[in-house]
Design a protein around this ligand. Structure first.
Ligand SMILES: *Cc1c(COP(=O)(O)O)cnc(C)c1O
Length: 233
């Protein structure tokens, strides 16, 4: 009796996760089609920060394989265990990265979205040599020129792109978080233009509140937390 109860609880968690995943995927598909794109060209990253393995597992059971974290240390605590169990997970770092954590980040993550300065480019290049791992990289742009926000300034982007390429990073795109209280669309359009100007195909933009707009404007990677996990505590 008790065991049946437990099973139905975990089944229900998986059903809920599946319903949320299906809804977000359908919204992405619809926005992509409107823009003459294919839904499968948009990668959905489930941002799992603050959520533990028990909260993540139902999404894995529902078929999600691509996850993101914003802190190296938090990710080190939960992903090695899940990875031992599920071999096809893809892990993305979307938060600011300190240079002294570069080696840990390269060892754990498949994609790094938050490259924002030359010293981090050097630290990552060194970490690549040491570990033999080459994560795909995005440069984060401070697209609204906000003093408190991470990301390189728009004026510094050409130099940083050149340095990342010269250092042998696998530079695939640009990432940004637009200003919180303004219409996001112009900032997404600006990021897309900057990516085109630099010959970069990847566009990491769009979160729970604005991912359909981001897909309409060319996002290749959307980073979604709340719509998949529920609101963070
Ligand atoms: C938390 C976070 C997200 C996800 O935010 P939601 O609004 O919960 O979808 C996306 N990108 C970054 C960089 C984040 O820190």
């Amino acid at each position: 009796m008790a065991l049946g109860h437990l099973n139905s609880y975990s089944d229900r968690m998986t059903d809920d996760a599946k319903a949320r995943l299906d809804k977000v995927s359908a919204n992405i598909e619809r926005a992509a089609r409107l823009a003459g794109r294919r839904g499968e060209d948009v990668r959905l990253i489930a941002i799992a920060k603050t959520h533990d393995a028990a909260a993540i597992r139902p999404l894995i059971d529902a078929g999600q394989r691509r996850f993101g974290e914003n802190r190296v240390q938090e990710a080190q605590g939960k992903w090695p265990g899940l990875r031992a169990e599920f071999h096809d997970l893809e892990l993305h770092l979307v938060g600011q990265l300190q240079s002294n954590k570069a080696e840990d980040a390269v060892a754990l993550f498949d994609v790094i979205h938050s490259i924002d300065r030359p010293s981090l480019v050097s630290a990552l290049a060194k970490a690549q040599q040491k570990t033999g791992r080459h994560p795909a990289c995005f440069i984060q742009v401070n697209i609204g020129d906000e003093p408190q926000k991470g990301g390189c300034r728009i004026g510094d982007l050409p130099g940083l792109v050149a340095e990342a390429r010269a250092a042998g990073l696998d530079l695939t795109g640009l990432m940004a978080v637009p200003p919180a209280d303004l219409e996001a669309a112009p900032y997404f359009a600006l990021l897309a233009k900057l990516a085109r100007d630099h010959g970069l195909d990847g566009l990491s933009m769009g979160m729970t509140g604005d991912y359909e707009t981001a897909v309409l404007l060319g996002a290749t990677h959307v980073r979604i937390g709340s719509a998949l996990f529920g609101t963070r505590a």
